[in-house]
Design a protein. Structure first.
Length: 252
């Protein structure tokens, strides 16, 4: 079973490919926490890097996830370029549950947070050139149930960026804000938010208090009516993995 978290499709594309190669099923992590996976022989966790670490909502999901210490547990993390401490944090969280992380690797893809900093993720599509070879290696190693942690970390920088106060700052600055007079109340953001943190009130989107700053809503809004880091999204900077359709990211 492959459990994934994805805002703009990078992690979903990786999870899909792995599910296909390993003949496994796929499920969104936010739904998977409600079920019991202790009978699964192999569990894969695929998610993006935020702030050189796990997305803020992930530790709680991992702690609630019902998986067995007998399972082969692996992770493949997507990132813009540096997964920082993701793998070490995940390994620690799993160890707290008596589970050993058997395998890890990362895949670099366009950085979907770039638009919050005035850059364009769609100008980073060249990163896809290296993905097939990386996915080939990962698939081969996972098929052989390899016990290898491929990791990278940036030492002090990762430690600093992963501090709770820095994460709170990231949520504060990058947290999406609805531009009410641009919002048409179409509800796409409500359905694309993997955290179910957006609802409509008086035909306008309203964000709640458990945003994990994935920016799914910012990238998916056809009216560019959601800002991040004080910047209204520009249409040409809104990103989605080229093989993933909007409907693939919508919650049912
Ligand atoms: C809030 C935020 C913080 C991010 N921090 C990092 C980071 O520290 N290092 C990195 O390489 N990429 C970072 N990224 C980029 C994402 O990890 C990357 O684009 C990922 O593949 C997105 O996956 P998704 O399309 O499945 O949501 C960040 C993205 C967001 C939204």
């Amino acid at each position: 079973m492959i459990l994934y978290f994805s805002a703009t499709g990078n992690s979903l594309a990786v999870a899909r490919l792995l599910a296909e190669r390993l003949n496994e099923q796929l499920m969104l992590l936010t739904e998977a926490v409600q079920q019991d996976w202790t009978a699964e022989k192999r569990i894969g966790l695929v998610f993006p890097t935020y702030d050189f670490n796990l997305p803020p909502a992930l530790p709680d999901m991992i702690s609630r996830l019902k998986i067995s210490p007998q399972s082969y547990v692996f992770t493949v993390v997507t990132c813009g370029s540096a997964a920082g401490n993701c793998i070490w944090t995940l390994r620690r969280l799993l160890r707290e549950k008596g589970i050993e992380l058997a395998y890890s690797h990362k895949v670099s893809m366009p950085d979907n947070s770039a638009l919050a900093f005035g850059r364009n993720p769609n100008k980073q599509l060249g990163k896809f050139d290296r993905v097939p070879a990386r996915m080939e290696l990962i698939s081969r190693e996972l098929q052989a149930e390899s016990h290898t942690l491929h990791y990278s970390w940036f030492g002090l920088l990762s430690w600093f960026l992963g501090r709770p106060a820095v994460t709170r700052g990231m949520i504060h600055f990058l947290g999406p804000k609805v531009i009410a007079d641009k919002c048409t109340g179409c509800g796409t953001c409500v359905r694309v938010c993997p955290m179910k943190n957006i609802r409509l009130a008086d035909n306008k989107a309203l964000t709640g208090d458990h945003c994990t700053v994935c920016l799914a809503c910012v990238h998916a809004c056809a009216q560019q009516a959601i800002s991040t880091n004080g910047q209204q999204a520009r249409k040409d900077r809104q990103y989605r993995h080229p093989q993933i359709k909007l409907k693939d990211l919508l919650l049912r």
